[in-house]
Design a protein around this ligand. Structure first.
Ligand code: VG1
Ligand code: CO
Length: 542
C-alpha cells in the first residue's frame, strides 16, 4: 500500500443531487479522482469483510477510473469489489446488486445523460447499503473531507482484467467481475407478467426501444430479445459506446429525436421508449403520442394493481416538488399518502426504507419503485408494457381515459442552459425580492396565492433541506416553479416548471405549449428572464 500526498486540486463544490459531475479533463488532473474517492472512504466506516459494488455507464474514462478505485478500495480495507464486466453497470442495476449481495455500498460512475468523450462529462457518486444515493449527511462529509485531505491510499498492483468474468485476488482484495445484466433481468422477470407481455409482442403490437448508445443496450437485449421474444428491429442504438455515439442520451422530445421521428412518422409503432446514459430515466411514447413523466407516474400508480409486484396495492407515493400534482389525485382516490420531496432521488430513499411509499417519480423522466433505491428506466418501460397488455388499450387511450377520470395537469418544463451563474442567481434573487408583493397579484386569468422557497423536513430522520426551488402558487391550483440545476457542468441551468390543472375534457387535446402560453408569459414577467439574461427562448422544452 502506498500513501500518496494529495496536493491540490480539491473539490470546488459540494457533490450535487447526483454526485460529482465535471468535465473529463477535470477528473484527469493529478489526484482529483483519488481525492474524491479517498474523501468517500474517509466519510464511511469500512468494516472488515466489506464489499464494494462498482460500475458505470460505459462512458469515456470509466475503465480508467475503475482501475483507480479498485486499487484504492484494496488499500482502504475492502475485502471484495463486485465490478460489472467491462465496467458496465446501469444505475438501477448497481442499486440492485448493492441490495441483493448486501454490499457496504457502491460507487457508480456516470454523468447520466450528459454527453460523453474526452472533452465531455464524467461523474461519480457513492450509494449506501440501502442501494440509494448517499444522503446529504454523507455528501456533506465527503465535501468537508475533500477540503482538508492531505493524502490518499492506493495499492500498487497491475490493472485487473475487467473484461473477463471471474475472480482475481490482489493484496487481500478479491475482485469479482460479474455479469452486469443477469441479476437485474432476474429481478424484472420476477416483478412483471412476462407471459402477458410476450403475448402482446406476438399479437402484432409493435414497439421500439432506444438505448441511445448508452448503458441500457445490453439490458434491453436480454430483456426484450432473449426473455420477451421481441424481434431485433424492436431495438435501436443498443451498442454501448464510450462517446454515446456522439449524442446526448437524454430521453426527451429534443434529444431522443431519432425515436420521436419514428413514433410520429409513417407506419409508427404502437409503443416507443428510450432511456438515458446510465439507465435510470425513461421516456414513454405511443403512436403519435407523448406521455409526460408526471402523467406516467400517475398512470402507473393508478394501474399498479395490474402489475404482479404491486398486486397488493401501494403503501404510498412520492414525487419531487416540481413534478406535477397528477399523482396526488390518484393517491387521494386510492386513499394512500402522497409525499412531496426536493428534487433528486436520494430524498425518496428514507420513505421507501420506512415502507411509507412504493412508487416515486420526478418530472425529469425518472420513475421508480422500492424494488431498488434509484429511478429505473427499463422498469418503467416494463410497467407500461404490462399495463398495456392487461388493459389491451393504446398508450393514447390509456392516458386520455386517465385524464377524463382525474382531470389533466397540463405540464411543461423550460430549461435555459449554460447561462452565467451570476445572471442566473440574479434572476432567482429578483424573484425572491418580490415575495412580499406577489400574493394577490393578478396576471390575466391567474391570481397568485402564495410564493415561497421550498424547504423540506424529512419525515423519517428530521433533516431539513432548504432553498429547493421557488414556488409561485396560483389560486386555481396552477403553479410556476423556478429552480437552478444541480447537475450541469457548464455555467448555470435555470429551469422553469409550468403546471395548469384542466378538468374540462374538451380541452384535453390541447398542446401543452398552447395551453400554457399565458402562464409562460407570467413566468417571464415575474422573472424578467429575457431582460436579465438576454435569452430569447429556452434551450430545451419538455
Ligand atoms: C436533474 C433532474 C432531477 C434528477 C437529476 C438526476 O437534476 O432535474 O430531477 O434527479 O437530474 O438525474 P437538476 O438538478 O439538473 O435539475 V440523473 O438521470 O442525471 O441521475
Ligand atoms: Co440518469
Amino acid at each position: 500500500m502506498t500513501k500518496i500526498i494529495a496536493t491540490t486540486p480539491f473539490l470546488d463544490q459540494k457533490p450535487g443531487t447526483s454526485g460529482l459531475r465535471k468535465k473529463v479533463r477535470v477528473f484527469q488532473q493529478p489526484h482529483y479522482l483519488e481525492n474524491f474517492v479517498q474523501s468517500i472512504f474517509d466519510s464511511i466506516t469500512i468494516p472488515s469483510g466489506a464489499t464494494l459494488t462498482l460500475g458505470g455507464d460505459g462512458r469515456f474514462y470509466n475503465r480508467v477510473a475503475i482501475q483507480t478505485i479498485i486499487k484504492m478500495a484494496a488499500a482502504n480495507g475492502f475485502s471484495c469489489v463486485l465490478v460489472g464486466q467491462g465496467g458496465i453497470l446501469s444505475t438501477p442495476a448497481a442499486s440492485h446488486l448493492i441490495r441483493k449481495y448486501q454490499t457496504l455500498g457502491g460507487i457508480i460512475l456516470s454523468a447520466s445523460h450528459n454527453p460523453a468523450g474526452p472533452s465531455d462529462d464524467f461523474g461519480i457518486k457513492y450509494n449506501t447499503a440501502n442501494g440509494g444515493p448517499a444522503p446529504e449527511k454523507i455528501t456533506e462529509a465527503i465535501f468537508a473531507k475533500s477540503k482538508v485531505i492531505s493524502e490518499y491510499k492506493t495499492a500498487n498492483f497491475v490493472d485487473i482484467d475487467i473484461g473477463t468474468l471471474g475472480e482475481t485476488k490482489r493484496d487481500g482484495l478479491t475482485v469479482k467481475v460479474i455479469d452486469p445484466v443477469v441479476d437485474y433481468a432476474d429481478l424484472m422477470t420476477s416483478m412483471f407478467d412476462f407471459d402477458a407481455i410476450k403475448s402482446l409482442l406476438k399479437s402484432g403490437f409493435s414497439m421500439k426501444f432506444d438505448a441511445m448508445h448508452a448503458v441500457t443496450g445490453p439490458y434491453a437485449k436480454e430483456l426484450f430479445l432473449s426473455r420477451l421474444g421481441a424481434a431485433e428491429n424492436c431495438l435501436m442504438n443498443c451498442e454501448v459506446s464510450e462517446t454515446f455515439g456522439g449524442g446526448h442520451p437524454d430521453p426527451n422530445l429534443t434529444y431522443a429525436h431519432e425515436l420521436v421521428e419514428i413514433l410520429y412518422g409513417k407506419n409508427a409503432p404502437d409503443f416507443g421508449a428510450a432511456s438515458d446514459g446510465d439507465g435510470d430515466r425513461n421516456m414513454i411514447l405511443g403512436k403519435n403520442f407523448f406521455v409526460t413523466p408526471s402523467d406516467s407516474l400517475a398512470i402507473i400508480a393508478a394501474n399498479a394493481k395490474l402489475i404482479s409486484a404491486y398486486s397488493n396495492g401501494l403503501a404510498g407515493v412520492a414525487r419531487s416538488m416540481p413534478t406535477s400534482g397528477a399523482v396526488d389525485r390518484v393517491a387521494k382516490k386510492l386513499h394512500i399518502p402522497c409525499f412531496e420531496t426536493p428534487t433528486g432521488w436520494k430524498f425518496f430513499g428514507n420513505l421507501m426504507d420506512a415502507d411509507k411509499v412504493t412508487l416515486c417519480g420526478e418530472e425529469s423522466f425518472g420513475t421508480g419503485s422500492n424494488h431498488v433505491r434509484e429511478k429505473d428506466g427499463l422498469w418503467a418501460v416494463l410497467c407500461w408494457l404490462n399495463i398495456i397488455a392487461a388493459k389491451n388499450m393504446s398508450v393514447e387511450a390509456i392516458v386520455k381515459t386517465h385524464w377524463a377520470e382525474y382531470g389533466r395537469n397540463i405540464y411543461s418544463r423550460h430549461d435555459y442552459e449554460a447561462i452565467s451563474a451570476v445572471l442566473a442567481n440574479g434572476v432567482i434573487a429578483h424573484i425572491k425580492v418580490q415575495f412580499a408583493t406577489l400574493p394577490n397579484k393578478i396576471f390575466g386569468k391567474y391570481t397568485i396565492k402564495t410564493c415561497d422557497d421550498f424547504s423540506y423536513t424529512d419525515p423519517i430522520d428530521g433533516s431539513v433541506s432548504t432553498a429547493q426551488g421557488i414556488r409561485i402558487l396560483f389560486d386555481d391550483g396552477s403553479r410556476i416553479v423556478f429552480r437552478l440545476s444541480g447537475t450541469g457542468t457548464e455555467g448555470a441551468t435555470l429551469r422553469i416548471y409550468l403546471e395548469a390543472f384542466e378538468p374540462d375534457v374538451s380541452k384535453h387535446h390541447l398542446d401543452a405549449q398552447v395551453a400554457l402560453r399565458e402562464m409562460i408569459q407570467v413566468a417571464l414577467e415575474i422573472s424578467q428572464l429575457k431582460q436579465r439574461t438576454g435569452r430569447e427562448k429556452p434551450t430545451v422544452i419538455t
